[in-house]
Design a protein. Sequence first.
Length: 128
Amino acid sequence: MLKLNYTDLGLYMEWVMASPEMLIAQHVVLAMRLAQNLHVEPGQASFLLPTQIAELRQLESVLRDEGVRNTQVFPVDDWFVEIKLSGSWIASSPDAHEGMFVTALSDRTEALIYKLWQLSESPVSAWA
């Protein structure tokens, strides 16, 4: 499962070996014990990747080969593409801008998306 944490400092992605259902259930129990609100809904999330990352073409090929329909790659401009994922949004309220997004894809697709995100976040990268 991929877990995208959206904070006031930006996006942080994790590749977690748990199911979205298990993670959501744990957060529901925690929110109940702390008497806090928790909002969970199906939704979509996206993030940008630089077009200069060589493995980006591999992601497009994997998505096509595996027939993945809940993940899409859209060109934004000459420098970036948008990766759009379907999954579940978890936040303190329906209007929250900070929260967590979880999605489950094939291991191959998750590993590749996570690797691409790590490459894009690297302070010294080959595409710069």
